[in-house]
Design a binder for this molecule. Structure first.
Ligand SMILES: Nc1ncnc2c1ncn2[C@@H]1O[C@H](COP(=O)(O)OP(=O)(O)OP(=O)(O)O)[C@@H](O)[C@H]1O
Length: 117
């Protein structure tokens, strides 16, 4: 029982790692946001901030990369369903893209509030 659960967790880890590698290799925006995330995390650790401020900035930095992975998953799913132009395909991809922009804005707002507040 415990052994099979551990095996399942190991498989999940491997699938997630494969997804990360695929997104990194094939999506320029994933690479770009990962660099921004690293810079943001580095700065959050380097500056003299409270634990809560640091936690917020680290979490939001990771969230932007995570949202880019969701965006990639939605793009792949839409492309699997149809490569033809369709308004619903556009809506699905545009909404996923807006999700990335909103998480990035949340990060930017947190940085501004902490630096200027
Ligand atoms: N099948 C489709 N039908 C209609 N519009 C589409 C379709 N595929 C893409 N689009 C439009 O083109 C936009 C870009 O889609 P695309 O799949 O090329 O993403 P991308 O250029 O890889 O984006 P990103 O840089 O965020 O990864 C979508 O947001 C949507 O507005």
């Amino acid at each position: 029982m415990i052994k099979s659960e551990l095996k399942r967790w190991w498989q999940r880890w491997n699938w997630s790692w494969a997804g990360l590698r695929m997104a990194w290799k094939s999506e320029k925006s994933v690479r770009q946001w990962s660099v921004v995330c690293l810079l943001s995390c580095g700065l959050a650790l380097w500056l003299d901030l409270t634990g809560a401020e640091r936690a917020l900035l680290l979490a939001l930095s990771l969230l932007v990369v995570a949202s880019e992975l969701i965006n990639t998953a939605i793009e792949r799913t839409v492309d699997l369903i149809t490569t033809e132009t369709h308004p619903l395909a556009a809506q699905a991809k545009d909404a996923a893209s807006a999700f990335v922009v909103l998480t990035a804005m949340a990060g930017a707002v947190a940085w501004l509030a902490i630096l200027l507040g």
